[in-house]
Write a protein that binds this ligand. Structure first.
Ligand code: PPE
Length: 306
């Protein structure tokens, strides 16, 4: 389904009608993948529309670009203001925000240093990332034959567009084989993450998730779930995860802005636990919903639109 248009997109400080928001075909990012993005959600909470964890998302955006020597011409405060204004101008109650920093039109060739650093912010509606069924009943996933990048190849801590060619390979392979998502191993053969989500497992009452060094994107939902789990009294351990642990775990779930907390009910056709969302996954889901729906936000995670 094509993306449903909204009214305007913020580009380098101006609001441009959706249909006019274009770049030159020689834009550096289009040829070399030299761009960095974010995915942020706006929830229509009981107290009105609010952005979830806006500051850490914008910080990660600026840092993703920094790893590639691209300096955002707009600082975190300016991007925050622009984001809120873009939501307002498009009259969104609930949406997904997609900011992008990109090497623009100018020079050609792999050296990006002489190309401008451009910035855009768009908003649109995005539903359940892995489908409504997966969100409610659990996703059927596989371990991918494609691995995450080795640590000395691509910086996986950056949400760099180029990294998503790897994600696309993982995702397409999974879909072609009848799964909704694939889990990638890192270059050492240990579990990394999904094509667009971080991963947790529950084993004998404790939670486990893979560390930054396992080639993951440092997810903001991951950090959120770690906090919520601790507040619910669960122990959370960041550790390397061998593949076979997925098969014998009591519960496995994905976290991500788009995926939120999506239970996994099978891995490589082996049922996870009882083959349905487990109790700890559900309690974390409820704690998350309590913040984003009921606006029970003792953490200061919500930025209200007005
Ligand atoms: N790992 C990857 C590779 C990833 O892309 C995401 C977000 C995460 C982990 C979770 O990060 P966070 O959103 O901060 O909890 N993936 C984005 C969607 C990618 C896509 O456009 O498709 C997202 O969830 O917005």
């Amino acid at each position: 389904m094509p993306i449903a248009k909204t009214d305007v997109i913020w580009i380098n400080g101006s609001f441009i009608p959706w249909d006019d928001a274009k770049v030159n075909i020689m834009t550096h990012a289009l040829h070399y993948g030299s761009s960095w993005f974010e995915g942020i959600r706006v929830y229509n909470t009981k107290k009105g529309p609010a952005v979830f964890r806006l500051k850490p998302h914008l910080k990660r955006l600026i840092n993703s670009a920094k790893m590639f020597r691209a300096v955002s011409p707009y600082g975190p405060e300016e991007l925050e203001k622009a984001t809120l204004e873009t939501i307002k101008r498009n009259k969104m109650q609930e949406c997904y925000i997609r900011p992008l920093i990109y090497r623009g039109y100018g020079d050609i060739g792999v050296n990006p240093l002489n190309n401008p650093v451009d910035v855009m912010i768009s908003v649109f509606v995005w539903g359940a990332y892995l489908g409504k069924d997966a969100l409610e009943k659990g996703a059927d996933v596989c371990v991918s034959s494609w691995r995450r990048a080795a640590p000395d190849t691509f910086p996986t801590m950056a949400k760099a567009s180029g990294n998503y060619l790897n994600s696309s390979l993982i995702k397409m392979e999974a879909i072609m084989n009848g799964y909704v998502e694939g889990i990638a191993l890192d270059s050492f053969g240990l579990v990394s993450e999904g094509s667009g989500e971080n991963l947790f497992l529950v084993y004998e009452g404790k939670l486990y998730t893979t560390p930054f060094a396992s080639a993951i994107l440092p997810g903001i939902t991951r950090a959120t779930v770690v906090q919520l789990a601790k507040d619910l009294g669960y122990e959370v351990v960041e550790t390397m995860i061998p593949r076979e642990w997925l098969y014998i775990a009591d519960e496995v779930f994905f976290t991500g802005t788009a995926a939120e907390i999506t239970p996994i009910r099978s891995v490589d056709k082996i049922a996870v636990g009882e083959g349905k969302p487990g109790p700890i996954t559900l309690s974390l889901h409820n704690a998350f919903q309590d913040v984003v729906r009921n606006a029970n936000d003792k953490y200061g995670w919500l930025t209200y639109i007005s």
